[in-house]
Write a new protein. Structure first.
Length: 313
């Protein structure tokens, strides 16, 4: 591919008769190379939906059965739970297991991760700046799950702009083809609903697979512009609320680095993130509608980490 591109580039140089034409040619070649690099980058990281590993899936279902028994399968059948586990120890060869991965549920504060993405995209577009105030808003939106901070950020991003970003070809984090996904249809101040998602009629929603895609893109440097990658990682580090996945991991593997965002409202409970340990790294997202869902997610992360220990080489 490089040889062919170089050959075309030399032909163009022979044909040019003025500096202006040369500049146009150079720009065109540069754009072509950028497009090819982007395409190659996407090919380097396979779609999570295409990365279901049969052995991993079987082991995952067995772990769920041992931990919860028939209760988990009743929730699966009634579409009141969605879980995606993605082993990304080898970023280029993820192994995925899931139940109801594309089922969209009310996710409370978890979709604040979409607002965070919107802020970084607007920075990339020159519509927002990463000053100390914005940095603080991002941090407390994720770490402390501040409704006030999330609403202020959303107002800066623009709720319509956020919907466009989530549905864009670049991200497709809300995709009707797969039942929806991440959606923010109202702010977090308790105000009026701007627009519920068009498929499931949910104001703050997510599916486990779309949230997992978000974290996989973040972990492979494809979610935000390169100059903001370290900022993104900082925002999701240092969880400020010790429950659900954080509670379970602090008890079992206190040395783990956790990058996460959770959510709870009434019987709806959610948690999501990347768990990074010395010998493995994985994405885990779970959404559940159940009165004891919060404690159930503590049990889930322990069971999942046990599974990851047995699957590690």
């Amino acid at each position: 591919m490089k040889i062919k591109t170089t050959h075309i580039f030399r032909q163009k140089m022979i044909q040019v008769t003025g500096l202006k034409l040369l500049s146009v040619s150079l720009i065109a070649v540069a754009l072509l190379l950028c497009l090819r690099l982007v395409h190659a980058s996407e090919e380097d990281y396979p779609a999570l939906r295409n990365s279901i590993d049969p052995k991993f899936q079987t082991a995952f279902e067995k772990a769920l059965d041992e931990e919860y028994g028939q209760d988990i399968w009743d929730l699966v059948k009634t579409k009141k739970v969605g879980i995606v586990l993605a082993d990304i120890t080898d970023l280029h060869k993820p192994k995925v297991a899931e139940v109801n991965g594309d089922v969209m549920l009310y996710a409370a504060s978890l979709p604040k991760i979409a607002i965070v993405l919107g802020a970084f995209v607007q920075m990339e577009r020159g519509k927002m700046t990463m000053d100390e105030k914005t940095r603080n808003l991002l941090n407390i939106t994720v770490r402390k799950s501040s409704n006030k901070a999330a609403t202020e950020l959303l107002n800066q991003v623009g709720i319509e702009n956020l919907a466009e970003i989530l549905q864009s070809e670049r991200y497709r984090l809300y995709d009707p083809k797969y039942g929806g996904g991440l959606w923010v249809g109202r702010d977090y101040s308790g105000g009026k609903v701007w627009k519920r998602d068009p498929i499931n009629n949910i104001s703050h929603g997510a599916s486990a697979m779309q949230a997992a895609r978000y974290y996989y893109m973040a972990g492979t440097g494809r979610l935000v512009a390169p100059q903001y990658q370290k900022d993104l990682e900082e925002v999701f580090s240092k969880p400020g609320i010790t429950h659900k996945f954080v509670k379970g991991m602090k008890q079992k593997k206190p040395e783990a680095d956790i990058y996460r965002k959770s959510g709870s409202w009434r019987n709806f409970h959610a948690d999501s993130g990347i768990m990074t340990l010395k010998d493995k790294e994985y994405v885990i997202v779970a959404l559940v509608e159940h009165p004891q869902g919060g404690e159930g997610l503590v049990e889930l992360i322990v069971a999942v980490d046990d599974l990851m220990d047995t699957m590690s080489p």
